[in-house]
Design a protein around this ligand. Structure first.
Ligand code: PBG
Length: 326
């Protein structure tokens, strides 16, 4: 006697789909995009095949074709030349700079697109750090002022969601009150809540040429050995006014995604980062794995772990593969 035969619920595609517990859809995804200065400029990130740094005009085209595929949310990162960077991330604080101008142009052309921004100093910093550096130290409270100013400029340009990726203490509350004091109460914050000091960010730092000029990011990003600490970060972010809690990277941190999802009621986001994308692309190019199947399995695992939102460089190719469902 074997009253329970789990294989009965796997016996054909209809029943398998009927009992399927999780689903990934294009509307779960946020597509990260890299922005560069100039016109008609497009260059591929060598460690991220299929991902390009784009000038604003071409970025509009990329957004347009993504919208047609059902991708409605985008996260924008500026890639600056070394010559434009300085200690104070000055270029990030220019209301007429590359980044806010691009946000304005995008929102004007595609008001329906949700634009998430990046708040941190590293794209503009000659030190390659997310905070202000003084004598080799990353200053916390002095950085908050800069981050809030950046957030206000981005909100004013039309950003829908502000994404503080810097990991300074207190930044969510500081940015929230700056936004509220300036009538941006409707602008959301997706906090990089549990952002780990990870080697999986390598290709992204290639894309922005933003690797730290000295040391590492371990005094502000979390130790990969810790999960309980993520609960402290999440509680702070919740109390400081975050609308989403993000875990980053995603794959080596599925347990952390699960932990936050069980302990908090805010929506959980996960960042399927550059190195995770690069590994799949590299192995697929060698014919060692089936890249598309692995991609879908990865995105599903992130959903299953408890993330309802996924930032992923796979967004466009995933959406293409699902186009028939639109
Ligand atoms: C920095 C930032 C990083 C990423 C997003 N924002 C890298 C870092 O912390 O050095 C990584 C994203 C990715 O790897 O895809 N503020």
């Amino acid at each position: 006697m074997m009253p329970q035969r789990p294989r009965r619920n796997r016996k054909n595609a209809v029943i398998r789909e009927m009992v399927q517990e999780n689903h990934v859809s294009t509307s779960d995804l946020i597509y990260p995009l890299f922005l560069i200065e100039g016109k008609n400029k497009k260059n591929e990130v060598s460690s991220m095949p299929g991902i390009f740094r784009l000038s604003t005009d071409l970025l509009l085209k990329e957004i347009e074709s993504s919208l047609q595929l059902g991708i409605r949310s985008f996260c924008l990162f500026p890639s600056l030349t070394d010559a434009s960077k300085d200690q104070y991330a000055t270029k990030g604080l220019n209301p007429k700079g590359l980044y806010p101008s691009a946000i304005r142009t995008i929102k004007k052309r595609f008001p329906e697109a949700v634009i998430m921004t990046d708040v941190a100093m590293d794209p503009y910093s000659s030190d390659g750090h997310d905070g202000l550096v003084k004598e080799g130290e990353i200053l916390n409270d002095e950085t908050l002022e800069i981050l809030a100013e950046m957030a206000l400029i981005q909100a004013d340009a039309g950003a829908d969601i502000i994404g503080p990726s810097d990991m300074m203490d207190g930044r969510v509350g500081f940015i929230r009150s700056a936004l509220d004091d300036n009538n941006f109460t409707n602008v959301s914050i997706m906090s990089y809540t549990a952002k780990y000091a990870s080697a999986f960010y390598g290709p992204f730092r290639d894309a922005l040429d933003s690797a730290p000029k000295f040391g590492d990011k371990k005094t502000y990003q979390m130790n990969p050995a810790n999960s309980r600490e993520a609960l402290i970060e999440a509680e702070l972010d919740l109390n400081e006014g975050a609308d989403f809690l993000m875990v980053k990277p995603a794959l080596s941190y599925l347990d952390v995604i699960h932990l936050l999802n069980t302990n908090f009621t805010l929506p959980i986001a996960a960042y399927n980062v550059s190195g995770e994308y690069a590994m799949v692309k590299a192995a697929a190019a060698k014919g060692w794995i089936d890249g598309e199947k692995v991609r879908d399995e990865i995105l599903m695992s992130i959903k299953r772990a408890g993330a309802s939102v996924i930032l992923t460089y796979f967004a466009k190719e995933f959406a293409k593969s699902r186009k028939h469902e639109l």
